[in-house]
Design a protein. Structure first.
Length: 191
């Protein structure tokens, strides 16, 4: 297709329009002195604001999965006994009907003693007995692997959850301080 040329009438209309119209983007006028700007030989030093090392670092939670303490583990066990009786027991208001002191025994001596005591207490119809384990001795660490404080304190709740004691034990809780505190356990027996 061929482009059509403007007629004299169209050229007259166009010239009248261009005389009255204002340009959207007026032509730039070059400065009379067209010499390029001279760069500053010594640019100013950048201003550095005071900072503290690591202030923008994101805080991360430890990625180490640490085992809960034995007290937290015993406390987190589900409540299987009457809530009112449990509250009275943990506040030291229920009187224990029997007491076993494992303090100072080795694991080999303590396990059969605990088993015999709990089974005999259950057979005698006792409901609440107390097992004293002691808090454990603090010793200096001998190696890079941390050792737990109180071997019996950690082992007794496990023994009470295993056969032959699991069917007769209803609840294990840390004792109130009047009955030995964190160095003793309340063992609530089934009927």
């Amino acid at each position: 297709m061929r482009r059509r040329r403007l007629t004299p009438e169209d050229q007259d209309i166009w010239s009248r329009y261009t005389r009255t119209a204002e340009a959207l983007d007026p032509p730039r006028q070059e400065p009379l002195d067209a010499s390029p700007p001279v760069p500053n030989p010594d640019p100013p030093a950048p201003q550095v604001r005071p900072f503290r090392l690591g202030e923008r670092a994101k805080m991360r939670n430890s990625s180490h999965a640490l085992a809960p303490s034995i007290a937290e583990e015993v406390r987190a066990a589900p409540l299987r006994m009457d809530a009112k009786a449990h509250k009275r027991m943990t506040s030291g208001k229920l009187r224990p009907e029997g007491k076993l002191d494992l303090h100072g025994m080795t694991l080999e001596q303590a396990h059969p003693e605990l088993t015999h005591f709990v089974l005999m207490s259950h057979a005698a119809g006792k409901r609440l007995v107390i097992v004293v384990t002691g808090k454990g001795k603090s010793r200096p660490a001998e190696g890079p692997i941390p050792t737990r404080l109180g071997v019996l304190k950690h082992q007794v709740p496990q023994w009470l959850r295993m056969a032959p004691l699991a069917p007769v034990v209803l609840q294990v809780s840390e004792a109130h301080r009047r009955h030995g505190g964190s160095g003793a356990y309340y063992v609530y027996l089934r009927r």
